[in-house]
Design a protein around this ligand. Structure first.
Ligand SMILES: *Cc1c(COP(=O)(O)O)cnc(C)c1O
Length: 389
């Protein structure tokens, strides 16, 4: 069942976890996904033969197609999801002295992107149901120094951007969405980027739309912002000999754009498989009293970058599942406000009770497109066995 057999897997990503179980279910599925890698090699060969190595056709094509999929006007391909957030904030004029509101329950990069602009990250707790920044707590955190909000669509479940956008407009704040988990996700029929200045996506190998290294994109409906971002990602150059501002080098790599285009053809299949597997889990796990799953809403198309549950005796369950060959994961055990990197911000345990509770109880199970129904059944069976039901 595991993907350890192929050479590709050995070359690219050695199995991180071995067990004696008959059924190994990994979070990492790249060798299955890229079993047809020779097809992609042929597409890369075209780039090599054309010497089209920076920006170029593949990047243009991907930007257009990705923006179109998300009903956005402009796409600007950049080096990573982190750079997408960082450059968006820079382009909107965020810097030292500014406060930027974001949740403490996220991946490090959200806060890293804010902090490296020179701005101060200000945390607002998340809701236990959905793990997204709490709309009820947002306004109380706004001060005269607040300049922007960076909401995170955790696991690919969009925040209520209509409400967030209204609050931001009322206070004159910029909004940059961390949509790194939210490729192809919608809420009330609209995609990330609909109620904000910019939405930022990542194509890291373990994101829903993944490339062979790093990559990211910013979507925006503002021509002005997209033009500024195109300058910032490419040394501030308007042409070969004219520099409008001293800036960065963070282009979406052309070869990665080839892979991104290839994967974009599969995004509906990938999304549908994740949704189907997650619904299957829901229907069984919902009946286990020790497990709490999110309230699912028809108005929200979640794309399940992670399938995360809250569970009693989390650490014991985690160890038990891993001993059975199931690659359960904890995203993430230590919230951002309690990280050594956040020490200077002065937060302490107890400041964000929902986030802290989630960090202690959250567990992710694999739901990617290569997880089969027998594997789902096996995982459900082992969870039942653990709780003795
Ligand atoms: C992956 C991720 C990022 C950063 O993306 P990179 O492409 O790895 O830089 C930012 N925010 C969240 C929530 C992520 O999961």
């Amino acid at each position: 069942m595991s993907s350890n057999g192929s050479n590709l897997s050995e070359n690219f990503l050695p199995s991180q976890y071995k067990s004696d179980s008959e059924m190994e279910i990994q979070h990492n599925y790249l060798s299955s996904q890229f079993s047809e890698y020779k097809e992609i090699m042929k597409l890369i060969e075209i780039v090599v033969l054309k010497n089209d190595f920076t920006l170029g056709e593949a990047v243009d094509e991907f930007e257009k197609r990705f923006a179109f999929l998300h009903q956005s006007q402009y796409g600007v391909g950049v080096g990573s999801g982190t750079d997408a957030i960082f450059l968006s904030l820079k382009a909107l004029g965020i810097g030292p002295g500014d406060e930027v509101i974001t949740p403490p329950f996220t991946f490090f990069a959200t806060v890293g992107a804010i902090a490296t602009t020179g701005a101060t990250p200000v945390f607002v707790d998340v809701d236990v149901d959905g793990f997204n920044i709490s709309m009820d707590l947002l306004e109380a955190a706004i001060t005269s120094n607040t300049r922007a909000i960076v909401p995170v669509h955790w696991a690919g479940r969009l925040c209520d951007m209509r409400i967030l956008g209204e609050i931001a407009t009322r206070y004159g704040l910029k909004v940059v969405e961390d949509a790194c988990h939210a490729v192809n996700a919608t809420r009330d029929g609209v995609y990330a980027g609909s109620y904000s200045d910019a939405a930022c996506f990542s194509f890291h190998p373990l994101k829903n739309l993944n490339v062979w290294g790093d990559g990211g994109i910013i979507l925006t409906d503002s021509k002005e912002l997209s033009n500024r971002l195109k300058l910032l990602r490419n040394h501030g150059l308007v042409n070969r000999n004219e520099c409008h501002e001293f800036a960065y080098n963070s282009r979406l790599d052309t070869i990665q754009a080839v892979i991104a285009n290839y994967m974009l053809d599969k995004i509906h299949f990938i999304t549908d498989a994740r949704v189907k597997n997650s619904k299957y889990f829901d229907s069984f796990l919902r009946n286990i009293p020790q497990i709490q799953i999110h309230t699912r809403r028809k108005s929200i198309k979640e794309v399940y970058h992670l399938y995360s549950i809250l569970c009693e005796e989390r650490d014991e369950l985690y160890n038990f599942l891993r001993s059975k060959g199931i690659d359960a994961k904890i995203h993430y055990p230590v919230p951002l406000h309690l990280q050594p990197a956040a020490k200077h911000l002065g937060y302490k345990p107890g400041d964000f009770p929902n986030t802290e509770r989630i960090s202690k109880k959250v567990l992710s199970l694999p739901v990617h497109e290569f997880v089969s129904t027998p594997q789902l059944d096996f995982m459900i069976e082992k969870i039942r066995e653990f709780y003795g039901i």
